[in-house]
Design a binder for this molecule. Structure first.
Ligand code: AMP
Length: 287
């Protein structure tokens, strides 16, 4: 395992491997690894010659009142875990290394970033695109791996890759969950014991809404059902609970095939997200 912190060292590794015709897989993360991240890395291991994981808590995707400072970090622990699934290189730059210049060129996410998480986290997806574009340019991966846990992020990155012709394939890895259904997240460590015991209700609510939707086709009723489950079981606040077409994130119509049922909930100070993606035709909907 090679842990590097500079762009210069990264470029040397990329050049060497490209010259040898090696296939490069990239797993971008903010670290504090859990089994979700490791699933991405394991899949990358099976499909590439070289697996590079970036570990970078990217300040430009955090709002002023968000948890950039307190976001959990432990590079030593991450290095052990990444080694265990066969990651070859960890790229863990400092903020100064990634962003040595003020101002400059920004990438703006489009309409897909105006709703769901984008509505309450203004500028978040612009920051995500900024760092992902830089990583794509630096690492030139053949394949990059992302989790369905952040379904909106994936949809927006797909649009950037399409619109800016990044020569990279994207792989979407299903959500890895705890035994009780809670989506694994680095932020789960913020939860108190009580909050942790309440959190699985988020996934249960989505499952129930999906079942209702498939049965009755009634979008409004299904959403209300899920909201009720969360309100009754979680001491917190629902930020959104929404059904949209996926990946375009538009209203569900008769043309719709895949839908995204997505939720964000504040439990105490922790904001948790989760989703389901499934096939649902708008023609079945009675709203
Ligand atoms: P993060 O470190 O939270 O930015 O996540 C890095 C990558 O891991 C993103 O592509 C996430 O979608 C993915 N990821 C995070 N949690 C999970 C999970 N529970 N299951 C699958 N992928 C995940």
């Amino acid at each position: 395992m090679n842990v590097i912190h500079t762009i210069e060292a990264l470029r040397a590794i990329i050049l060497e491997n490209k010259q040898k015709g090696k296939r490069i897989g990239l797993v971008p993360t903010m670290g504090y690894l859990h089994e979700g991240h490791l699933k991405l890395a394991s899949q990358a291991r099976t499909e590439n010659d070289v697996v590079i994981m970036s570990i970078f808590v990217n300040p430009t995707q955090f709002g002023p009142n968000e948890d950039f400072e307190s976001y959990p970090r432990d590079l030593q622990r991450d290095t052990k875990l990444a080694t265990s699934v066969g990651v070859d290189v960890i790229f863990a730059p400092s903020v100064e290394e990634m962003y040595p210049h003020d101002g400059g060129i920004s990438i703006l996410a489009g309409h897909q970033a105006t709703l769901l998480c984008g509505a309450s986290r203004l500028g978040h997806f612009d920051g995500v695109l900024q760092v992902v574009a830089k990583l794509f340019n630096l690492i030139q991966p053949d394949i990059s791996y992302f989790g369905q846990k952040d379904a909106q992020q994936v949809a927006i990155i797909q649009t950037m890759v399409r619109d800016y012709n990044f020569p990279v394939e994207l792989r979407i890895v299903p959500v890895v969950r705890e035994e009780d259904g809670l989506a694994k997240s680095s932020r789960n460590v913020y939860l108190s014991e009580t909050e942790r015991s309440q959190a699985p209700a988020i996934q249960q609510a989505l499952q129930l809404a999906k079942r209702e939707l498939m049965k009755s086709g009634n979008v409004e009723k299904s959403i209300q059902l899920a909201e009720k489950i969360i309100e009754e079981n979680v001491e917190g606040r629902i930020d959104y609970l929404t059904l949209l077409s996926y990946p375009d994130l538009a209203e569900v119509t008769t043309e719709t095939d895949q839908v995204l049922l997505a939720v964000a909930v504040y439990i105490g100070k922790t904001r948790l997200i989760d989703n389901l993606i499934f096939s649902f035709k708008g023609e079945h909907a009675h709203v």
